[in-house]
Design a protein around this ligand. Structure first.
Ligand SMILES: C[S@@+](CC[C@H](N)C(=O)[O-])C[C@H]1O[C@@H](n2cnc3c(N)ncnc32)[C@H](O)[C@@H]1O
Ligand SMILES: [Zn+2]
Length: 134
């Protein structure tokens, strides 16, 4: 299976982002969100620590497991959040697939909805005046 080419570069949204280096058709699996598999009981401590540094790296897989992209992560950890995203994630067993929610043109920044709204307190910058928080 060949996955579409994507690149990391500076983003208008925040820090680095990930961009399509070629057009991507709807529902294509773009990349898996890699990271150390840790129990949620342990990941919460890590989340608190990373959050103080201004980062969300831990992705909740299910009621037991999370993936910590700060350890063993790939480029997927630089994908920013948007409330009107062009990607979505699909969890298959303990693998988190980032997939295209629609046709994505070359050069577009990839985004998905982190679905952390309300738990944390970083103001969302996905668009001017976005009222949500990450
Ligand atoms: C998984 S990282 C994404 C990569 C990040 N841009 C970087 O350069 O490290 C998640 C962090 O990016 C920032 N971020 C992502 N999407 C954002 C958004 N829509 N508005 C504001 N900050 C965002 C937040 O600081 C969040 O903790
Ligand atoms: Zn937003």
């Amino acid at each position: 299976m060949t996955m579409p080419r994507i690149v990391r570069r500076r983003s208008q949204l925040h820090g680095y982002g990930v961009f399509a280096a070629e057009s991507i058709s709807k529902n294509t699996r773009i990349i898996d969100y890699a990271g150390e598999l840790v129990r949620n009981s342990e990941s919460e401590e890590r989340e608190d620590r990373y959050f103080v540094e201004g980062h969300i790296w831990v992705f909740r897989v299910n009621r037991v497991w999370s993936r910590d992209a700060n350890v063993g992560g790939n480029i997927a950890r630089f994908i920013n959040h948007s409330c009107t995203p062009n990607c979505y994630y699909e969890i298959v067993d303990k693998t988190i697939w980032i997939r295209a929610a629609r046709h994505i043109r070359r050069g577009e920044e990839l985004t998905y909805d982190y679905q952390t709204i309300g738990e944390r307190s970083i103001p969302c910058r996905c668009r001017p005046g976005c009222p949500n928080k990450l």
